[in-house]
Design a protein around this ligand. Structure first.
Ligand code: GNR
Ligand code: NI
Length: 166
């Protein structure tokens, strides 16, 4: 993205609302059918004692990574499946904020995890793509059901009501 339009601001707000509605802590534009290098996150949503801290991250790039950590992941696009994924523990990213200002952020723990998970989404990669072939074989039937729309979810997209749906 080279600029943030009023429509993009609305998209960011709708994505944050969709994410909160689904009790998620991150959401990538590709997950709502928008092919833009844009993601939103709010890891405070995972902690009742933390005030909300919504963020929009545009054009993210990982500029440093260190360590390795196993953590269980889930995904709003792959309901009811949780598996342990190994990823770098600490990352440093460069990105544009909603005003297109260049920012850098060092992240570890859950924040580093959700950023890497969302950046994967922007490249069409899902957390199950990081699993061993054996684990994927084990999940194959459930993944097929999700693909065919045979799994019900209890959350919905929040869409821009002013704009016709494409
Ligand atoms: O809500 C989410 N929780 C989560 C937990 C561990 C690792 C990654 C995530 S992201 C996920 C929301 C989601 O699917 N975003 O793409
Ligand atoms: Ni996801």
């Amino acid at each position: 993205m080279t600029e943030v339009t009023d429509d993009d601001i609305t998209l960011i707000q709708d994505m944050l609302e969709t994410m909160h509605e689904a009790c998620g802590i991150g959401l990538a534009a590709t997950q709502v059918g928008v092919l833009k290098q844009l993601l939103v996150l709010d890891i405070s949503a995972a902690d009742d004692n933390e005030p909300p801290k919504p963020m929009a991250i545009i054009n993210p790039e990982i500029i440093e990574e260190e360590g390795e950590l196993e953590m269980e992941e889930g995904c709003l696009s792959i309901p009811d499946i949780r598996e342990t994924v190994t990823r770098p523990e600490t990352i440093r990213i460069r990105y544009n904020d909603a005003s297109m200002r260049v920012q850098e952020l060092e992240a570890d723990g859950l924040l580093a995890r959700v950023i890497q998970h969302e950046m994967d989404h922007l490249n069409g990669v899902l957390f199950v793509d990081h699993l061993s072939a054996a684990k994927r074989t084990f999940l194959r039937n459930r993944l097929r059901k999700i693909t065919k729309g045979e799994i019900d979810i209890d959350y919905d997209f929040v869409v821009d009501k002013k704009k016709p749906r494409r």
